[in-house]
Design a protein around this ligand. Structure first.
Ligand SMILES: NC(=O)c1ccc[n+]([C@@H]2O[C@H](COP(=O)([O-])OP(=O)(O)OC[C@H]3O[C@@H](n4cnc5c(N)ncnc54)[C@H](O)[C@@H]3O)[C@@H](O)[C@H]2O)c1
Ligand SMILES: O=C(O)C[C@H](O)C(=O)O
Length: 342
């Protein structure tokens, strides 16, 4: 992560009202365990920003969340002003400034895509409503739980009083994976790479774009052979989640938590000058992505708001890849619409 030329921290978050309240759902899960300690130590918002943690879990996992809270206490983090634990979304999101929606229903054997979307609708629709009714006016939401883009769409659609732009889904892990794969290929540090973009869905259809990325200021696609770009780089990045599951026997956790930290840190503190990152956010129609779909774009954060980077060249190969991933998002949206979730 690049930490150059940072503007003053926590744009747009009102800290006059006391500590920033951060709600983490699925707090007793594996990402939750990798995330909470980093938030409490100041890595999410900044080293001078006090936080109050709110942990949301299902009733069966509240005890485990209490155990994690005991460990958080035992770290004696100076910035941690308190921890609340609940199985009630209305209580957990009360006054929340930052909501990290991690808890989700994983796909289990025999489950069809529609079943998964319906099960997650049962989680993200009420959570969206609870955010709408109880969160702070400046709330910012990051959805990590899969299918992340469409879960974010469900939550956002159920929060009509919250500006849509405050709902985002995480493609920062894909972005970081793309940086790392390219750096290894070229034998350069990740800090030599800028302007990486993940387009579309956080799924195997995502498109990591090397035609706009730069390595030491020069276009990345011109520094690798086309066969590697198309047949190795893209599938390696897009299927990395499955490869981690295959190797670990569990999905990525520490790297997912790290990406969530990067995403929110950049949102509230700004992205570095001369670079951008990847964020799934409600489309304004840019790059031909239908308005309202929560799709990944190149984005900078200024003044606490994500702005889609405009005017990038999109060649025929990129167009086809972006369109395919966006089409998948459209299908997911249609499915949850049919289920009455949005
Ligand atoms: N966007 C990404 O890049 C990315 C990367 C990795 C994982 N993920 C996804 O993140 C999610 C969490 O992963 P994990 O490894 O921590 O899973 P996990 O199974 O270890 O933990 C999930 C937790 O969520 C809780 N939960 C379930 N329903 C809930 C609800 N309604 N309210 C509150 N909590 C609830 C469960 O009790 C569990 O403790 C999964 O959907 C996973 O696929 C996304
Ligand atoms: O949980 C998964 O299916 C994979 C996860 O989204 C990841 O990208 O690591």
């Amino acid at each position: 992560m690049l930490f150059t030329k940072r503007p003053p921290p926590t744009w747009g978050i009102d800290m006059t009202q006391g500590p920033v309240k951060v709600t983490v759902t699925g707090a007793a899960g594996q990402i939750g365990y990798a995330l909470l300690f980093r938030i409490a130590s100041g890595q999410l918002l900044g080293p001078d920003v006090p936080v109050r943690l709110s942990l949301l879990e299902i009733p069966q996992a509240v005890k485990a969340a209490e155990g994690t809270a005991m460990e958080l206490d035992d770290c004696a983090f100076p910035l941690l002003s308190g921890i609340d634990i609940s199985d009630d979304p209305n209580a957990a999101f009360d006054g929340t400034n930052v909501a990290l929606l991690v808890g989700a229903r994983p796909r289990t054997k025999g489950m069809e895509r529609g079943d998964l979307l319906q099960a997650n609708g049962g989680i993200f629709a009420p959570q969206g409503k609870a955010i709408n009714d109880h969160a702070a006016d400046d709330v910012r939401v990051l959805v990590v739980g899969n299918p992340a883009n469409t879960n974010a769409l469900i939550a956002q659609s159920n929060a009509p009083d919250v500006p849509a732009e405050r709902f985002t889904a995480m493609t920062r892990l894909d972005h970081n994976r793309a940086l790392s794969q390219l750096a290894a290929k070229l034998g350069v540090p990740v800090s030599a790479i800028s302007k990486m973009t993940i387009w579309g869905n956080h799924s195997a259809t995502q498109y990591p774009d090397l035609y706009n990325a730069e390595v030491n200021g020069k276009i990345a696609a011109e520094q690798v052979d086309e066969g590697w770009l198309r047949d190795t780089f893209i599938p390696t990045v897009a299927k990395r989640g499955a490869a981690i599951i295959e190797a670990r026997g569990a999905s990525s956790a520490a790297s997912a938590a790290n990406a969530a930290i990067d995403h929110v840190h950049d949102w509230v503190n700004g992205t570095p000058e001369g670079d951008w990152t990847s964020v799934a956010l409600p489309s304004d129609g840019s790059y031909g992505v239908p308005e309202g779909l929560i799709s990944s774009f190149p984005a900078v954060s200024r003044g606490g708001r994500w702005e889609i980077v405009q005017g990038l060249p999109v060649n025929a190969f990129s167009r086809e890849r972006i369109d395919a991933s966006v089409a998948e998002l459209g299908e997911e949206r249609d499915a949850v619409r049919q289920l009455g979730l949005i």
